[in-house]
Design a protein around this ligand. Structure first.
Ligand SMILES: Nc1ncnc2c1ncn2[C@@H]1O[C@H](COP(=O)(O)OP(=O)(O)OP(=O)(O)O)[C@@H](O)[C@H]1O
Ligand SMILES: [Mg+2]
Length: 455
């Protein structure tokens, strides 16, 4: 087994890793770090949650230290671009941790915050800058920042950065960085047509691919409800209130919907049923986004409804379940969404709500990721419950201790709560035939065997 000490990293970086409690490198770190230290351009592909941030940050910190240049005025030595504000902030925090003993200055700049403050803080330059492209270009346009000091350029979530939404900004940025910089691309997915663009931005890159591209993280058990669109809200309420059991014990539940409006609607309806939840999406103010994420992290509000703004890169320990309330129409996005669970060697559960008109998306996801879904049955008398004529009586409105939530309204009309077995929250009876939760470990083992057979 490779150790961090075998990879050629400096003592301050090794000590910082020790402080983080990392004992050994992940496969992408073991493979990418020596090549980045050599100064090679690199395209790194590895599953979600496997430590790609450290794979580019650790060797870059050492290269910056070795080059021993002055921090450039109104510029930076390492530029990391990320697609969302939250991810940029998170990468900057990681850079501070990994570089804690390296004596490098780290800053991040993102939209939705004061541009004047950013201008002031970058006046004297910084060693490492993590940015979203829009804010970076704002500062460049205002002549408050330059890119001529850049020695290392990193595109995290590279396939998204090279896709339509960002490609214009990226073209501009790439014209402003020195031609002899080192360029690093990282993602869990890299569709072929996007990969063809990689060559335009770097020189003879080494490709390090730990698993086949678009592989979902190994430790995620994937389940599926076939459910009509107009039944989804009721199903969600039943599931979150544990009136309809699904595998796994809820800790934090991240729910993806397709639109901002859709997220708000779900939050509102959950609220009406006594289930507190927050939403995060592009129409929320930056303080609202930060508060929602913070309350989710602290498990104060352990249910978060999100658009794809939260699909990529976000690392929150303790996300036990990811629910795709609506399936993404791009299969790669499914890989990133469910990758918010099962990080750093942990297990996780993904549940897809698939309506009739989403079957094609499901087919694409299956084809692209090779994922196996275990189908879960709908609650008894479900249609009657949806239509408000369900068999059980309405319960008085009440809130219960977090993270469990007890609903009122429609959700309260479902069948009474089943007993849990004591194994990982699987429903009682799981293992006897194939009731709701399926065979304990069955899905996971099948999933893993399949991976193994692929080599
Ligand atoms: N060698 C290691 N040992 C233990 N934990 C690690 C190691 N490397 C990274 N981690 C932890 O693993 C988690 C995931 O890391 P990171 O966010 O870099 O994953 P990623 O591969 O970039 O995922 P994504 O594709 O979702 O962006 C983080 O909490 C990080 O602290
Ligand atoms: Mg990442």
């Amino acid at each position: 087994m490779t150790q961090f000490t075998d990879l050629g990293l400096s003592q301050p970086v090794l000590q910082a890793l020790d402080m983080k409690g990392y004992t050994e490198p992940t496969p992408i770190q073991a493979q990418a770090i020596p090549r980045v230290l050599e100064g090679r351009d690199l395209l790194g592909i590895a599953q979600t949650g496997t430590g790609k941030t450290a794979a580019f940050m650790l060797p870059s910190i050492d290269r910056l230290r070795d080059a021993d240049k002055q921090t450039p005025f109104k510029s930076c030595r390492m530029l990391v671009l990320a697609p969302t504000r939250e991810l940029a902030g998170q990468i900057a925090e990681s850079a501070k941790d990994y570089g804690a003993l390296a004596g490098l200055k780290v800053h991040s700049i993102v939209g939705g915050t004061s541009v004047n403050k950013d201008r002031n803080k970058l006046h004297r330059g910084t060693d490492i800058l993590v940015a979203t492209p829009g804010r970076l270009l704002d500062l460049i346009d205002q002549k408050a920042f330059r890119l001529d000091g850049v020695e290392v350029l990193v595109l995290d979530e590279a396939d998204q950065m090279l896709d339509l939404g960002f490609i214009h900004a990226l073209r501009k940025i790439s014209e402003l960085v020195p031609a002899d910089r080192q360029t690093l691309f990282f993602s869990a997915t890299m569709p072929k047509q996007i990969q063809e663009l990689v060559g335009k931005y770097c020189r003879n890159p080494v490709k390090v691919s730990v698993t086949p591209e678009s592989t979902t993280a190994e430790r995620i058990d994937q389940y599926l409800f076939m459910v009509q669109q107009d039944e989804k809200q009721t199903l969600l309420e039943l599931v979150l209130s544990e009136r309809h059991q699904v595998p796994g014990k809820f800790e934090r539940v991240l729910i993806f919907a397709r639109t901002k409006h859709g997220c708000d609607r779900i939050v509102k309806k959950l609220g009406q049923s006594g289930i507190p939840a927050n939403a995060i999406h592009g129409n929320k103010s930056q303080p609202q986004r930060e508060r929602a994420l913070d309350e989710f992290k602290r498990a104060k509000t352990p249910i978060l409804i999100a658009t794809d703004v939260a699909a990529r890169g976000i690392d929150i320990p303790g996300v036990s379940h990811v629910i795709n309330y609506e399936l993404p129409n791009v299969p790669e996005q499914y890989v990133h969404r469910i990758g918010r669970t099962a990080r750093a060697g942990k297990d996780g559960i993904a549940i897809a709500f698939c309506a009739e008109d989403e079957r094609d998306y499901l087919k694409d996801i299956r084809k692209k990721t090779d994922a196996e879904f275990e189908r879960l049955p709908l609650p008894d008398n479900f249609r009657a419950v949806v239509e408000g004529v369900g068999p059980t009586k309405r319960e008085p409105k009440q809130r219960m201790a977090k993270p469990k939530v007890r609903p009122t309204g429609n959700a309260a009309k479902a069948k009474p709560k089943q007993k849990h077995s004591n194994r990982k929250g699987k429903p009682a009876g799981a293992g006897q035939g194939r009731p709701q939760g399926g065979r304990p470990g069955g899905n996971r083992n099948r999933h893993r065997n399949r991976r193994r057979s692929q080599g």
